[in-house]
Design a binder for this molecule. Structure first.
Ligand SMILES: Nc1nc2c(ncn2[C@@H]2O[C@H](COP(=O)(O)OP(=O)(O)OP(=O)(O)O)[C@@H](O)[C@H]2O)c(=O)[nH]1
Length: 200
C-alpha cells in the first residue's frame, strides 16, 4: 500500500467541549476516554477505512475547534472531495445550540447544498437526570427539517445511538462510491490521529 486515499471528508464542528473528539473515539476505536478534558488545539484528524460491499473506502474525519471555521470554509471550496459537516450540540448546554445554528448558516453561505448532520451529545447525562436537558429534541428536529439535515442524539460514553451515526456514515459511503474521488495522504496504514498542522 503506497499511501492512504481519503474518499470523503467529514468535518466535526461544534462549541468547545461539546463532545466531538469523544464521538470520533467511539466511532473509530469503540471506546470512551476518561480523564481530564483536554481541548483540541486547531484540529485533529483520523482516517477510517470502511468496507462497503466489495470495496474499502476511507473517511477522513476532521475534528475542528471553533477558531478554525474560516479555514474549514476555505477548504470546503478548494477540495474536490465530498464534504460532509457534522454540527454538534451538547444537550446539557443551551449555548451550544446557538453556536450550531450560527455555523450551519456560515456553512450554507459557503456552500448552499452542503450535507449537514446535527448531532446532540451526552444523552447519558440527561437520561440520568432529565432536568439537565437544555436543548429540546423537537426544537432541534424542527431546525433539522428547516435546513434539510438529519438529526440524532448520541452518547459517546455509553455508545447509545452511535450506531445511528455509523448509519449516517454509510450514506456518505454511498455518495463516495458514486464519485470515486480521493487524495493521497502519505504512508500511513492504520487509523491514526495527528495534529492539524500536517493534515492539509
Ligand atoms: N457524560 C458524557 N460526557 C461526555 C460525552 N462526550 C464527551 N463527554 C465529555 O465532555 C468533555 C469534552 O469532550 P470532547 O470530546 O473532548 O469535546 P470536544 O468537542 O472535542 O472539545 P474541544 O476539543 O474543546 O473542541 C470530556 O470531558 C468528555 O469526557 C458523553 O457522551 N457523555
Amino acid at each position: 500500500m503506497s499511501g492512504m486515499r481519503v474518499d470523503a471528508k467529514v468535518v466535526m464542528l461544534g462549541k468547545e467541549s461539546v463532545g466531538k473528539t469523544s464521538l470520533v473515539e467511539r466511532y473509530v476505536h469503540h471506546r470512551f476516554l476518561v480523564g481530564p478534558y483536554q481541548n483540541t488545539i486547531g484540529a485533529a484528524f483520523v482516517a477510517k477505512p470502511i468496507q462497503v460491499g466489495e470495496k474499502v473506502i476511507t473517511l477522513g474525519i476532521w475534528v475542528r475547534s471553533h477558531e478554525t471555521l474560516k479555514s474549514v470554509k476555505t477548504k470546503c471550496i478548494l477540495l474536490s472531495l465530498i464534504c460532509v459537516f457534522w454540527s454538534f450540540l451538547d444537550l446539557t448546554d443551551s449555548s451550544s445550540f446557538q453556536r450550531a445554528r450560527f455555523w450551519v448558516k456560515e456553512l450554507q453561505n459557503c456552500e448552499e447544498h452542503c450535507k449537514i448532520y446535527l448531532c446532540g451529545t451526552k444523552s447519558d447525562l440527561i437520561q440520568g437526570d432529565r432536568s439537565l436537558r437544555q436543548i429540546d429534541y423537537h426544537d432541534t428536529q424542527d431546525f433539522a427539517e428547516e435546513i434539510g439535515a438529519q438529526h440524532f442524539e448520541t452518547s459517546s460514553k455509553t455508545g447509545s445511538n452511535v450506531g445511528e451515526s455509523r448509519h449516517a456514515c454509510k450514506k456518505i459511503q454511498t455518495c463516495v462510491l458514486a464519485e470515486e474521488t480521493g487524495v493521497n495522504l502519505g504512508q500511513k496504514k492504520e487509523s491514526y490521529f495527528y495534529s492539524c498542522c500536517n493534515s492539509n
